[in-house]
Each structure stands twice: as structure tokens, then as C-alpha cells.
Design a binder for this molecule. Structure first.
Ligand code: NDP
Length: 455
């Protein structure tokens, strides 16, 4: 065999796995057909966060007046922002390549396709490997409606030549609400069109309600309970018909309607690797596919599609196979953030999820952050703890408000460790902060027991 391990895909999962396995002394090859670092680094988390930060500066410039500053805010230069973002992404892509070669992995710029369970064709070359890991990620999907190809997907949003003045955003998952916030903060009129009554299905109900308030306060025009019907072109303009035959004439129709695993054209049938009901690669908790020496990790398995989960899986697989330290990555209590304006941070169970298993005590705080008493901005934060009534363990912590992602990362350690409400209560707050609310929530808001209600 040419390699002990061959990794298909140089994204978060693949790069980590290849790098760590090579560090353990394995002979490792890795192929990437598009860009090293994958979705997160090139057309996902990293450039998205830079665009979010660009929007924040505009808000801060407005808010500064309440603190005595006179700021003349000029127009925003989209081209300059995208050029700066591109330079940073090019730098990071180089870092990823270097990490791999520095660790001793052999890198291939090209697509890898299975010929048989141990053989791959990579850029016109046959390569054999003892073990193979599939880490090809996922891709955005447009809905099946007429003219869908006239709308963009998130990949395209990072390379727009000009900043759109009017945007019709379809969907209300992570990507839709984040990009709605970005374009709005940079000055566009933004319409959010979604089929649920509230955005972010699956998140805690209080968070979803608070998000609706925040999106509206930001000036985003909400169209709940609406399906998209068709997109038509009028020169450069795009006309979206949706809901009850409503129409928006926009510069941009943006579909953020979900992602699918990248499994097509890999020759998985020749490798004996089966898919699951979601058309993603089926794996067990050890990341094994239906072919014992072939593994899959990250978004191609379509389980918890988050970069830190993918890197953790890649690392665990490398340690398991070559580091004499077998382990699995539990997929519960995974904290995550949504970089809306303001952001959302969450870890553990929502009130509905937890109370479906038994009674929970709910503690909430809703307040205007100190800063906005002076800035005059209409923005309120939400903090919420979900506590198992019987054990008093904190099983969920949720926040919408400034720095939510930073705050919840710390809270997540306590939740993962199994901290109780009493542990939170005996922790002294840091004053004056928003985060201190999490340790000063003394009055129970309510007790919920969906399990009992269902009886
Ligand atoms: P999601 O699956 O989160 O959301 C898809 C949205 O599109 C939902 O609102 C869904 O509605 C709607 N939708 C799906 N199909 C249709 C349709 N045919 N017509 C109308 N609406 C439709 O996908 P995203 O694309 O937002 O994000 C993909 C993944 O990427 C996420 O699951 C997340 O794991 C990851 N991600 C994480 C981020 C972060 O951590 N900050 C940022 C961005 C992405 P409904 O709710 O009714 O199904």
C-alpha cells in the first residue's frame, strides 16, 4: 500500500486527521480539489465572521454619539472589505497547506475517487491505502422551484462584486439569519422569508422569540410562514414570488435553505460505503462506515455540522488509529453560536427538549445592556437556564445578546461538567458584566413538565 491512511477532503476534519495521524508516524496522503481549509476557512465560518465584524463597526459608530462622540460615518466600501477578506483567507489557506506538509503528510491538489475499497484515483494517479477517511463536507442546496438558479447560495455571497441594496433571503437557519444581519448592518434593505412561524427551528423557543424582536429592531423585514414559489430575472434584477403571491424586486435572492453531504461522484458504491436516509455517509460512533477500513467524519456524515465537531472527530480518529488512544466524540452538549446581531450562544437542551424528559425549572433574564441605556439603541438581551428539577443540574444555557458566543463557551464547560444550579449560584459574578446574570438568576421564572402534560 502507498499510504497507511488516505484522507479525501482538506477541510476541518480532513486536515486535522491527516496532520495528527502523520504526527503519530503514519504515512498519510490527503487530497483536496477546491481549497485547503474547506468550507469553514474559505466560504463559511471565518469569512462570515469577518463580514459580521464589518457590520458591527457601523453600529458602533452610530452608538458612539450617546457617549459624546461626533462621528461622520462615510459610505461603506464593499470592494475594500472583500479584498481584505480575500487576503486573510489566502493567508489562512497557506497556513493549512504548511501544517500538513510540516507534519509530513503528502498533499494532492485534485479530486480523489474510489476505484475499489483500497484504491483511489487522484489527479490521474492510482493510489492505494490501508485505511481511507472520507471528509468531503457538504454543499448548499437551492429549493426545487422555477428560476432557483437565478438566486445565489452562501458560497457566492463571499465573492459578490457589489453590495446589494435590496436582498430577499430565503430560509431561517444559521446561514439565513446571519447573512440577513450582515447585509442589513452594511446598509441593505433585507427581507427574510421563511416557512416556520419563528426562525431557527430547533433552538429554544424563548431564544427564537427574542431573535424575532432583535431582527425587527435591526430593521429586517420579516415574512414568516411563507414559501418561495419562483424567481424571475429582469435584467440584473431578480423578482421573487413567495407566500400569498407576494413579490419582491431585489438585487439579490439568496437561498439559505440547507446543506447536503458531498457524496456524489466519489465512487462510494465501488468502495462498499453505504449512505443513510439523509443521503450522507452512514457511520457508527467510531466513525466507521459500512466498509470496516473506511471512515467518514464531519459534514459528509450530516450529524452535527459544526467545524469544532469535525476537527474533534478528525483528531479522535487519528489518535484511535495511530496514537494508541482510542476515543469517540459525544455529540450531545455541543455548544454553538449564531452570529446574528446581537449573537446567540447555546449549550445543552432547550426548554422543550428537556421538559419532554421530565420537569425543569426555568430561569430567565431579559434586560437592556448597560451600553444601550446611553447609546439609545433598541436592543435587549436574553439569558436563560434550563435546570433539571430533580437533580438540579443545569441541562441547558441559552443567550441572545452581545458577546453571547464568548460567554456561552465558558458556561459550556460548567454544563459539560454537570454543574448544578447551586454551583452557578455560589459562583461570584464579575461586575458590571452581562455574563454575571448567569450566576445571579435567583428567582425561578416557571417550572415546565411536558412529559407530565403528555400523560
Ligand atoms: P439549516 O438546515 O440550518 O436551515 C435551512 C433553512 O431553510 C430552514 O429555515 C429551513 O426551514 C429552510 N428550508 C429548507 N428547505 C426549504 C424549502 N424548500 N423552502 C423553503 N425553506 C426551506 O441550513 P443552513 O443552510 O442555514 O446551515 C447549514 C448548516 O451549517 C447548519 O445546520 C449548521 O450546522 C451549519 N452552520 C453553522 C453556523 C454556526 O455555527 N454559526 C453558521 C452557518 C452554518 P425549516 O426550518 O422549516 O426546515
Amino acid at each position: 500500500m502507498d499510504f497507511d491512511l488516505f484522507v479525501i477532503g482538506g477541510g476541518s476534519a480532513g486536515v486535522r486527521c491527516a496532520r495528527i495521524a502523520a504526527g503519530h508516524g503514519a504515512r498519510v496522503g490527503i487530497a483536496e480539489e477546491r481549497h485547503w481549509g474547506g468550507t469553514c476557512v474559505n466560504i463559511g465560518c471565518v469569512p462570515k465572521k469577518l463580514l459580521v465584524q464589518a457590520g458591527e463597526y457601523g453600529g458602533w459608530a452610530d452608538d458612539a454619539a450617546g457617549f459624546g462622540w461626533t462621528i461622520h460615518k462615510g459610505p461603506h466600501d464593499w470592494g475594500k472589505l472583500i479584498a481584505a477578506k480575500d487576503r486573510e483567507i489566502t493567508r489562512l489557506e497557506g497556513v493549512y497547506r504548511k501544517l500538513l506538509t510540516g507534519a509530513g503528510a503528502t498533499i494532492f491538489d485534485g479530486r480523489a475517487v474510489f476505484v475499489d475499497p483500497h484504491t483511489l484515483e487522484v489527479a490521474g494517479r492510482r493510489i492505494t491505502a490501508e485505511r481511507i477517511a472520507i471528509a468531503t463536507g457538504g454543499h448548499a442546496e437551492r429549493p426545487n422551484i422555477p428560476g432557483a438558479e437565478l438566486g445565489i447560495i452562501s458560497d457566492d455571497a463571499f465573492y459578490l462584486k457589489t453590495m446589494p441594496r435590496r436582498v430577499a433571503m430565503v430560509g431561517s437557519g444559521y446561514i439565513a439569519v446571519e447573512f440577513a444581519g450582515i447585509f442589513r448592518a452594511l446598509g441593505a434593505e433585507v427581507h427574510l422569508i421563511y416557512r416556520q412561524p419563528l426562525p431557527l427551528r430547533g433552538f429554544d423557543q424563548d431564544v427564537r422569540e427574542a431573535l424575532v424582536e432583535a431582527l425587527a429592531a435591526q430593521g429586517i423585514i420579516l415574512h414568516p410562514g411563507c414559501l418561495p414559489h419562483k424567481v424571475e430575472a429582469d435584467g440584473e434584477r431578480r423578482i421573487l414570488t413567495f407566500g400569498d403571491n407576494e413579490m419582491i424586486d431585489a438585487d439579490l435572492v439568496f437561498f439559505a435553505t440547507g446543506r447536503k453531504a458531498n457524496v456524489k461522484g466519489l465512487g462510494l458504491d465501488k468502495a462498499g460505503v453505504e449512505l443513510n436516509a439523509k443521503d450522507a455517509v452512514r457511520v457508527d460512533e467510531h466513525l466507521r462506515t459500512t466498509q470496516p477500513h473506511i471512515y467518514a467524519m464531519g459534514d459528509v456524515t450530516d450529524r452535527v455540522n459544526l467545524t469544532p465537531v469535525a476537527t474533534a472527530e478528525g483528531h479522535a480518529l487519528a489518535d484511535t488509529l495511530f496514537g494508541n488512544a482510542p476515543r469517540t466524540i459525544p455529540l450531545w452538549n455541543v455548544p454553538s453560536a449564531v452570529f446574528t446581531t446581537p449573537p446567540i450562544g447555546t449549550v445543552g437542551l432547550s426548554e422543550d427538549q428537556a421538559s419532554a424528559m421530565g420537569a425543569v425549572d426555568i430561569y430567565t433574564a431579559r434586560f437592556t445592556p448597560m451600553r444601550h441605556n446611553l447609546s439609545g439603541r433598541n436592543r435587549r438581551s436574553l439569558m436563560k437556564l434550563v435546570v433539571d428539577k430533580e437533580t438540579q443540574r443545569v441541562v441547558g444555557a441559552h443567550m441572545l445578546g452581545e458577546d453571547a458566543a464568548e460567554i456561552i463557551q465558558g458556561i459550556a464547560i460548567a454544563v459539560v461538567m454537570g454543574a448544578t444550579k447551586a454551583d452557578f449560584d455560589r459562583t461570584i459574578g464579575i461586575h458590571p458584566t452581562a455574563a454575571e446574570e448567569f450566576v445571579t438568576l435567583r428567582t425561578r421564572t416557571r417550572t415546565t413538565d411536558l412529559a407530565k402534560d403528555a400523560d
